[in-house]
Design a protein around this ligand. Structure first.
Ligand code: AMP
Ligand code: SF4
Length: 460
């Protein structure tokens, strides 16, 4: 997500920022822009370039305020109606709204709202939030938004654009990241700091759990909607999701990943001739592993940059085909060598199985797999698509069984303690590790996976 208030190039900057955040979602993209009179939006399916045309971007040019979103969705919810930001028109004022994360009581709230006469056009959590806000009896706009926020549970960051203000709210666990930036005289926010680099903005600071920020033509107002804080930033943001040049608390994800690789090397018991990182997300961890172990790192796997993130591809056969298209071994480097492959995570095992097989086919004499995170065992209810228990290999099999299934000579995961020790080195305030430990920090009222929730709310 990206939002900006009071800049003459607001929509163009939003477009550029979203482009740098494309790795966070490829299902659809949208921008809603505003002036003091009304809101206007453009959105579409697919990558940003396909979702928003040059003409649409031109039509957003006169507006000085904007919010934008790239959508990361499960296959059941990939439809235009769900592409954010959604734009709602009403006599009391227009509203553009988008969020990152997942509400864990959205079905409960939606059922209650529907029983009182609300009609929904989408199956997204943002529409639930919009209804709660519009129904609030609180006197001021700010209090109406706060009262809506206090009814929702889950992991979320909301951007709400109205004619006179941009409101930013983060849940009191701070699971999904949001950063504050400054460009010329305007304030902006982005899911990752790489968006600030792309538009030439200054990265000011990380937005804190429970924060409630309002930006208007009069300036910026920092407030809280909740004073109870339980910081639980998503571990997967460090491990896999965020771009390596993006920063948390002014430290790059690259450095955190490198330290995770160093920690893994300390727990690793096998010797080899080479260390290979799975490009791109595991190159930093492989560098750390190589530095700590003294085993040289080589580019033994190459990535075709024109294939999307394989995990998102629906269907196992298509997923396997995509991994094959995406990664190839460099025979000349690996032939006759004992290699250690470092990946940041194993979900279904598709990627690691292919890598081990292809490296052996290319002549590697031993392939040892190192994973710079603990075994991923449980689904995420807070906005990352890590599938269902049935599909997650480590929730079905032991480490030894996974090693056998992927055909590796050994398999070593980083321990949960090892992972948290790294976070402490980087000034941790507390991270969510629920997909590794099953300790979910936020109540899951709906008791459903996002995919199942989506089907239920559609009446499937
Ligand atoms: P799999 O092939 O199903 O075992 O998935 C593991 C690969 O997907 C690893 O190479 C990770 O870098 C990547 N990955 C891990 N988590 C996610 C996610 N939530 N979305 C997309 N890719 C992921
Ligand atoms: Fe992140 Fe895992 Fe927690 Fe989900 S369960 S928020 S992926 S750490």
């Amino acid at each position: 997500m990206f939002g900006i208030w009071g800049h003459e190039n607001a929509s163009e900057l939003t477009y550029i920022a979203l482009h740098s955040l494309q790795h966070r979602g490829q299902n659809g993209a949208g921008i809603v822009a505003s002036n003091e009179d009304y809101l206007f939006g453009a959105r579409g399916m697919g990558l940003l370039n396909d979702a928003i045309s040059k003409e649409q971007l031109e039509s957003l040019k006169p507006f000085k305020n904007a919010i934008g979103h790239v959508r990361y969705a499960t296959k059941t919810s990939s439809e235009l109606a769900n592409v954010q930001p959604i734009l709602l028109k009403s006599y009391s004022g227009d509203l553009g709204i988008c969020h990152n994360g997942n509400l864990t009581n959205a079905i409960q709230l939606r059922k209650a709202l529907e029983s009182e006469g609300s009609i929904f056009q989408t199956t997204t959590d943002v529409e639930v939030m919009a209804h709660l806000l519009k129904r609030s009896k609180a006197r001021t706009n700010k209090d109406r938004i706060k009262s809506a926020l206090r009814q929702i549970k889950g992991a979320f960051v909301f951007l709400l654009l109205q004619e006179n203000s941009l409101t930013i709210a983060m849940d009191n666990h701070g699971v999904r990241p949001l950063m504050l930036g400054r460009i010329d005289d305007a304030w902006c926010v982005a899911s990752e700091t790489c968006a600030f680099t792309a538009i030439g903005a200054e990265y000011v600071r990380d937005i804190e759990p429970g924060e409630f920020i309002t930006i208007t033509d009069d300036g910026i107002d920092f407030d809280k909607y909740s004073y109870v804080e339980h910081p639980n930033l998503c571990s997967m943001e460090y491990i896999y999701f965020s771009r390596a040049d993006s920063e948390f608390r002014h430290q790059s994800t690259y450095r955190i990943r490198k330290a995770l690789g160093e920690a893994l090397a300390k727990e690793f018991k096998h010797d080899a001739d080479l260390v290979i990182g799975v490009p791109d997300s595991s190159l930093a961890a492989a560098k750390g592993f190589s530095t700590e172990s003294g085993i040289p790192q080589e580019a033994g796997l190459l990535k075709n940059r024109y294939v999307g993130r394989t995990f998102i591809t629906p269907g196992q056969e298509a997923r396997e085909r995509a991994v094959r298209m995406k990664l190839s071994p460099v025979r000349d480097i690996v032939e006759g060598k004992r290699v250690i492959v470092i990946d940041d995570s194993i979900v279904r095992g598709t990627t690691s199985k292919f890598i081990v097989r292809s490296l052996k086919k290319a002549g590697a004499t031993e392939v040892h797999m190192g994973v710079s995170s603990p075994p991923l065992k449980d689904p995420c209810y807070y906005g990352i698509d890590v599938s269902t228990h049935a599909e997650i290999i480590a929730s079905q099999k032991s480490v030894e069984e996974i090693c056998e299934e992927i055909g590796a000579d050994s398999l070593t995961y980083l321990s949960v303690d090892g992972m948290h020790d790294v976070y402490k080195q980087f000034g941790s305030r507390g991270e969510c590790d629920a997909c590794f430990t099953g300790n979910y920090p936020i109540e899951i009222v709906d008791d459903l996976l996002p995919q199942e929730k989506e089907q239920k709310s559609k009446g499937v």
